[in-house]
Design a protein around this ligand. Sequence first.
Ligand code: ANZ
Ligand code: ZN
Length: 863
Amino acid sequence: MMAESYMPEAIEKKWQTRWDEAGLFQVTEDPEKPKYYLLEMFPYPSGKIHMGHVRNYTIGDVVARYKRMRGFNVLHPMGWDAFGMPAENAAIQNKTHPAAWTYANIDAMRAQLKRIGFSYDWDRELATCTPDYYRWEQWLFIQMVKKGMAYRKESFVNWCDDCQTVLANEQVEDGACWRCGKAVRQKKLWQWYFKITDHAEDLLVHCDELPGWPEKVTTMQKNWIGKSIGARIRFAVEGGEDHIDVFTTRPDTVFGVTYMCLAPEHPLVARLSAGTGQEAAVSEFVDRISRQERTAKAIETAEKEGVFIGAYAVNPLNGRKIPVYTGNFVLMEYGTGAVMSVPAHDQRDFEFAAKYGIEKVVVIQPEGESFDPATMEAAWTGPGLLVNSESFTGMENKAAQDAIATWLNERKLGEKTINFRLRDWGISRQRYWGSPIPMIHCDACGVVPVPESDLPVRLPEDAALLENGGSPLGSLSSFYETTCPVCGAKARRDTDTMDTFVESSWYFLRYCSPKFDQGIFDKEAVKYWMPVDQYIGGVEHAVMHLLYSRYFTRVLEGEGLVDFKEPFTNLLTQGMVCKETTTCPEHGFLYPEEVDWSGEAPVCTTCKNPITVGRVEKMSKSKKNVIDPNEMLAKYGADTTRLFCLFAAPPERDLEWSDSGVDGAARFLKRVWRLVGRYQEAVAGVAPYTGAPDVLGGTDKAIFRKANQTVKKVTEDIDRFHFNTAISAVMELVNAVFAADEKGEGLQDAGVIRYLVESIALLLSPIVPHFSEEVWEAMGNDTAVLASPWPTWREDALAADELLIVVQVNGKLRDRITVAADAEDEAIKATALAAEGANKFLEGKTIRKVILVKNKLVNIVAN
Ligand code: ANZ
Ligand code: ZN
């Protein structure tokens, strides 16, 4: 017998143990069954699951369980993105070790995930910080070095003095380190790079072949790759052998060039300014700029400034002598690091020219306009006809782009070219807690790979961390001292580690055969499971993680290890979990439990001052607007938490936390519990009714219909990930049963009741799996609800009830019509007027009146 009331704690533990013992979620390749690979982005083991995780993983779990019930062989793995800087910082703070901290966090978080009942195949669990994982990453790195797909170069990097590390551009926020807030400076270092730019075109083209991805994500990727079609043009430097190459997307404006601008890091800056009297001003400027953030984003917002370097260049088209500047808005990393500046037609150049009193020359004139450089208030960036452009004058500017590029090409002064914004991926990190780069530096032989038989290069897990927070590897002789694999001389290991994005670029492949030790993965397993059918995660990974994963898949395809290019067929990016902030005038941000809502106005529990309720924002520790999943689990259980997360908002949208919403979810489950409890005896040993609806009476027929409609709706809604409407459909069904009861018109047929309660249990099972197992068992089933097939519906039970209506003309029976039971009066009258039998008797007459007798007849009065 079912317990009187619904008590989640006991039920949830019980079913989790049973699923575990039955090994229900362990899968192997089964060629007989269609496969379905469902993956959620794996978490960083920070120590605690937060509500964003709960939401992400609940969405995934519903799909995994649903697909399983639909007959798919479902791979649903979980693991840990376990390398990264927070472990080092936490270790320093808590006087522990990154490895110890990380593994303890993994244990804690695994227990939390298990407590929520997610259907993971835990046998496939992996952590990227284990040598049997990163060894294959090192192996792949070496293959890439050997094929020239990875290379070393000395380059400027964003450097944080506090964290003692290079920062990726994305880790620089408003010129400061994303982690500690210290101003970032530029430093030159030898770094390893992956040649992702080799695949720029392919990665771009395939953005349009990912119909299962949200368009906003593919658009972000396209912009990130940033293909520009233009020309490279060569400008001679006056009085010397030097020349300046520029990249421009606007060769049509070349007659309007009035100055050149070089990036401060451009090698010609120092050389050309030497001996011109501008050296001091130039080096002061270059020095100052080198201490500022040099990302595209920062440069866009920074005030444009520059300095004349004392040299002149010559315009190859008209021989005009033009001053050369260096300016903070030119990026060394893009194009050629030099630009031809056209103040009349580029707003940035316009502002710069205005600031330094440089001339403007108009070369494009839209029809009906006549710009005067002296009075122009902004650059003209639109189309028009060329003016002041010698033989090209009068040409339409689009056509001139090609014509001028061709003209330059013929004279070897330039060429058409394509430029990508995408840079090669710098992967060296001067950090400790990461995968060691498997290279050896030998004075005689150069930089050589570690022999494959010596892999993995183990990260010493017990190295003492340095006071300054930098990596201890560079001073740990037991790590870096080695011998050269080529000549046997004393040599030094690379002491940098890889960017953690490297680990997450291929983990989805490793899940297919996580324990395979003959190679990076078992090709056959990958062939069966990949690509991932559905990937689910945050939109913050729209560019880097997803682009790097697409890139790695291409590298592996090139190596013949996989036979596809795109790793993720469908992508869902779920919204954020949000909550209002609460602020006390004395104590600042308050946690929800520090606010007392019982009085007229909310007050701080500590000082009793009234508090202010702020905007609804993404839950974050710093703003304290967080709900701890553990508290939810303790108070409501896993199923209510899951139900609320799915019911409160569609997956792509932000979810606003609401305590009353959580209560509502809990109440609904109690209601279903009562419903099943009431009918438990009536349905014992009864088979579910599957016959035609017509033979059923009154309420039985109506509820049977509604149940069939609900099965269909929930099925379609889950297919589209509309979990919230799926849930409300079940709620309506349950309400209809209670409403009939209240009217004293309760269900009679035990088979219908059985179909009803079984359908409810099955439909809810992906969403509230423990609850559903419990009621499923209470109905006398002895197999797991999860192992049962998804419910089906009868087409003939979907239609709303129909009524037969008699049609009279002047009181005489002339026809019969069928209408939906809930049809509007006007619709019934219209159908009656259109009825053939009635029409014959209406010819030539005027209709005076149409009388409707509810549910019975329509009488048309005409003469
Ligand atoms: C002359 C010109 C005239 C330009 C005009 C634009 C408009 P996208 O579309 O992003 O590729 N540029 C080239 N290299 C640069 C660098 N390293 N740093 C900053 N700016 C650079 O932009 C290409 C345009 O950006 C190029 O075309 C160049 O300015 C500038 F009416 O050349 B243009
Ligand atoms: Zn050597």
